[in-house]
Each structure stands twice: as C-alpha cells, then as structure tokens.
Design a protein around this ligand. Structure first.
Ligand code: ARG
Length: 547
C-alpha cells in the first residue's frame, strides 16, 4: 500500500521549505476560509517590516501547492487560506479505507511507556475514583499502543501496609474462613477491624505486631494476606471484565513487590546524604515543598512515598521506561510532585525521562455534589455500572460512562446523569455508537446486493468534501492524544465526524444514487465506518453493527 498522505504534515513541510518558518497550520475556522489556514505572512511581515498582505502575495506566487490545493487565497490582514483539491481529498479518503489502521501512523520515536492506572486497594471495593483512573488509563494504553509505543501497564494495587495487621488479626479473632468472602464481605471485615482498632488498645497492639510478622514473612500471616489478595483480585478482575478494559494479572505490580527494595532505597538516599534523620524519621527536604518527603517514619515503617520511589526506580531502571504516566486522582498531585522531585534528586528519574501525573476531577451526582452513598461513603464502581445498565444494554451503558468520563477535560468534574449519558442524541458515547450502526446498516444493504465499492472518486458536494477532510484528520488527532494525553480531543473529533456524516446523509443520497457517485459514496461511508470503529476502540468503547 502506498504510504498514507497526511495533509497537514505534507502541507507543513512544503510551506516550511518555501517560507523558512513553521506555518503553524490550523484547520480553517469557517468553510468559506477553505480547509486550512496559516498566519505565516503576518509573522514574516513583522520580521521583515513589510505590509502583511504584500508578503502574503509574494508567498502565494512563490509557493507551488497546485498538486494538493486549489489556488491559494489571501484573506483579511494577510492570512493564507488553503483549500484541498477534491481529487486529493478523494485519494486520502480512499487511503483511509484501504488502511486497516484507518490512517493512524506509527511513531518514528517509539517509547517505552509505563502507565500506572486503576490501582485499587485490597479488601476494599473499587470506588468512583478507580472508575475514572481505569477508564482514562485504559484509553492512554490503547492510544499509545496504536501509535507504536510499547506500553507497560502497572496496576499498583494497595496490597501492603499497616492495614493488613488489623485485617489478619480480625480474621483470626473471628475465626472466619477468608476464602469464602467476596470483595464486599472483605470490605465489611475491613470496617469491623477498623472499629475494633479504634476501640481496643490491646487489638491495636496485636495489629502492629502482626504487621511485623507479615513483613518478616511469617507463613500463617502470609497465607491469610494472600487469601485477601486473591479474593480482592477476583473482584477486581470481574469488574475489569465488565468494563472491557485491557488490564490482566500480568499487569499487576502491587505495593508488596517493592517490599524488599524499601530499605535499600532508604539506605541509598541516606548514604548519599539526600535523606536526613529529622525527629526520628528519615526524610528528604525538597525545595518548594512545605513538608519533607517521609522515607521512613519514626517507628521504622516505610510508607506510600518510599514505595513510589522504589517503583520509580524499578520502572526506569528495570523496565527501561522513557515515559511514566500516573493516572491517579488530583488529591494526590502533591504526593507525585514530591516523588518526582526526590526521584530527580536521586537520579532515579533521569532528565530524559518524562514523568507525568495525570489527575482528574470528581464525579458529581445530579444534585451537583460529589457522589456519595447515603452514609456519606464513596460510591462503588459497580453500583455506577449498575445504574447505567438500568437505563441501557451493558454495551451502551459502558459507552455512556466511558464517553462521559473522557469527553470533557480530564481535570473537570462531570455529572453522572445516567439518563442523559445513555441518550443516542447529543454529545454522548451512544450517539457515536449509533452513528456507527447506522453507517453499517447502509453498507449491509449494499453488500446484500453484492455491490462492490473500493475507492472514493467523486467528491463534488461540500458535505462529501467536509466528510473526507474530517476523515483525513484522524491520524493527527490520535497523535495529538498520544502526546498531550487529552482524550477529549479524540471525543470531540469523533463527535464532529458523526456530525459530518449526518450532514452528508442529509445532502447526499447514498443508496438512491447511481453509478460512480453511488460507488464513491459507499466507499466514503465505509471509510467513515472504519474511522468511527477505530476511534471508539481507542476510547475503549464497543462499536456495534446494529443498535
Ligand atoms: N492505591 C492508591 C489509591 O487507591 C492509588 C495508587 C496509585 N499509584 C501509585 N503509584 N501511587 O488511592
């Protein structure tokens, strides 16, 4: 197959060559301005001290883009408008159709990317924060893999720490069979243990001793701990399956795997003089932070921060990651900033490795308040899936939730309004699924008559041209998401594509047209189906053939 022509890449290269500077090509803001626009002349004019329209005039007469564009036009103070030739748009749309990847390009500089996501806690049900982390992280994984990066998901589950002391003690006190618990049962146990701990000093003391036994590898303690993990994983995996996410047991990298690295990390930091003992604790003072990073507390315990430093060292040193992404709620921003700062000081995070904490906003109820149960607890992830499934089929319900989660800036809160989210009209996941199903239906009819189509050849109507142009932009958008980690750009693009598709249906009959126009329009439909399906897949959303 001929290599896919990327219009903005090609145009940018040609304009840069002609003008000597990056044209900063932008999609045109209005159809009458053509398809792309550049302010090249305005910037050059400033540097040259000449009138912008004159500079634009000169550029237009110098630059030869006749093989791609209609004659260039100058607009307003000196913008240059580019309109892609219909035959070129047709060629690109045909290429999208012929390309099994629908125009997604493979990066020239593949990276090894660790994506830390989902990361629920053992003996607790996944809650709404884990819902967002799981959906967002899964989308990143899909987009980065599609663009040719090696992604190593790391599910940093909370499977270690002080809470296991009280959990194991409570289990022994109650003489219960842990193997028979489900995750909700384990969470109830957690609450009983917590109450017990607050009420009894004697129990608290035993729980502390039990933590020591766990760390020392006491077989009985380890056995019960492992049982807690097993039942929790069964619950997590059932949820992952329900959510149709990529995570598997192979991606598990819980806190416990770093246990043996904690003391060496502390020692490394201390011997190199980066960490100091302060009020009995081993800490690192980092400039710009009010409180130091606690590596080892005064009781000799290693906590969340030290574990994340060990994880950082492992991810860079052993997994050879060149990019690290942590998809964890915004309340942990400070934690990650501090971990990254210490990591840089210690060299665990070398200059060439990009490390990003991607936080996200809260999920709000229809009352505009943070979602919580009547008792004021965080809502479980499964109850949200249930709520959406009460309104629609599982596939549609999931599309609704994932799209609502990804379609506005990640930092923004969003309202969990199941009724609105499952609507097949408006900017929703089900609307995009519906657009896909509808185009499938048209193609099914053509296929039923054995009508062959393979290329887009005729693009006379503006609605056809807009659709083809939109299709040609898919690859750029996916690249942009891989770089900026902003899935809402892909959502916005797909919504625009579905809009272009419905405008096309309105203005251009497909099955009722004839001859080459019919063949070409069917091919355009098929290319659109391809991009919608590929785009939805990157969001982790199923693209059903019928709805
Ligand atoms: N288990 C933590 C929580 O539920 C999230 C862990 C995030 N990842 C990390 N490397 N700290 O809040």
């Amino acid at each position: 197959m001929a290599t896919m022509l990327s219009l903005p890449v090609e145009l940018t290269a040609r304009l840069t060559q002609a003008a000597g500077i990056d044209p900063e090509l932008r999609p045109a803001t209005r159809p009458q301005f053509g398809h792309y626009q550049t302010n090249l002349a305005l910037r050059l004019a400033k540097a040259e001290g000449r009138p912008p329209r004159e500079v634009a005039q000169r550029l237009v007469s110098q630059i030869d883009l006749a093989d791609l564009c209609e004659p260039l036009e100058i607009a307003g103070p000196g913008f240059i408008n580019l309109r892609i030739r219909a035959d070129v748009l047709a060629r690109v749309a045909s290429q999208v159709l012929a390309d099994p990847r629908a125009g997604i390009a493979t990066t020239a500089s593949p990276q090894t990317v660790v994506v830390d996501y989902s990361s629920p806690n053992v003996a607790k049900q996944m809650h709404v924060g884990h819902l967002r982390s799981t959906i967002i992280g899964d989308c990143f994984t899909r987009v980065l893999r599609a663009t040719g990066h090696v992604v190593i998901p790391q599910n940093h589950i909370g499977d270690w720490g002080r809470q296991f002391g009280m959990l194991v003690e409570q289990i022994l006190d109650e003489g219960m069979d842990v193997g028979g618990l489900d995750l909700a049962g384990a969470e109830a146990l957690y609450q009983r243990a917590n109450t017990h701990l607050n009420e009894s000093d004697e129990f608290a003391g035993r729980s502390r001793d039990r933590v020591v036994a766990l760390q020392a590898g006491d077989p009985e303690t380890r056995r019960i701990w492992q049982q807690l993990i097993d039942i929790s994983l069964a619950g997590f995996n059932a949820t992952y399956q329900r959510m149709n996410v990529l995570l598997t047991d192979a991606d598990l990298a819980g806190e416990s795997i770093y246990n043996a690295d904690l003391a060496p990390v502390a020692e490394d930091l201390e011997t190199r003089g980066l960490a100091v003992v302060d009020a009995g604790a081993l800490v690192v003072f980092v400039e710009g932070f009010n409180a130091p990073a606690i590596i080892r507390n005064a009781q000799g315990g290693f906590g969340y921060t030290c574990t994340d430093l060990a994880a950082l060292r492992h991810r860079v040193g052993t997994l050879h990651a060149t990019r690290l992404i942590y998809v964890v709620g915004t309340p942990q921003t400070h934690h990650f900033e501090q971990v990254f700062a210490v990591g840089r000081l210690a060299g665990y995070l070398p200059a060439g490795v990009l490390s990003e904490h991607v936080g996200f906003g809260q999920v709000l109820g229809t009352d505009g308040k943070k979602l919580s149960t009547r008792e004021g607890n965080a809502v479980t992830l499964n109850s949200l899936l249930d709520a959406a499934e009460a309104e629609a089929s599982p596939s549609v319900a999931l599309a609704a939730i994932k799209y609502a989660d990804l379609s506005s800036g990640l930092q923004k809160d969003y309202t969990f309004d199941a009724d609105r989210m499952v609507a097949t009209t408006g900017d929703t996941g089900p609307y995009l699924q519906y657009a896909h199903a509808r185009v499938c239906q048209i193609l099914r009819k053509a296929e039923a008559e054995n009508y062959a189509y393979s290329e887009v050849t005729v693009l006379t109507e503006p609605a056809e041209q807009t659709l083809a142009l939109t299709l040609s932009r898919f690859g750029e958008i996916v690249d942009l998401v891989a770089e900026t980690l902003q899935p809402h750009r892909l959502c916005g693009y797909l919504y625009e594509l579905a809009g272009a598709l419905s405008a096309f249906y309105e203005q251009c009959p497909v099955l009722r047209s004839e001859g080459e126009v019919r063949t070409s329009r069917l091919a355009l439909c098929a290319a659109t189906r391809q991009v919608l399906a590929a785009g939805l897949d990157l969001l982790g959303i199923e693209a059903p053939d019928r709805m």
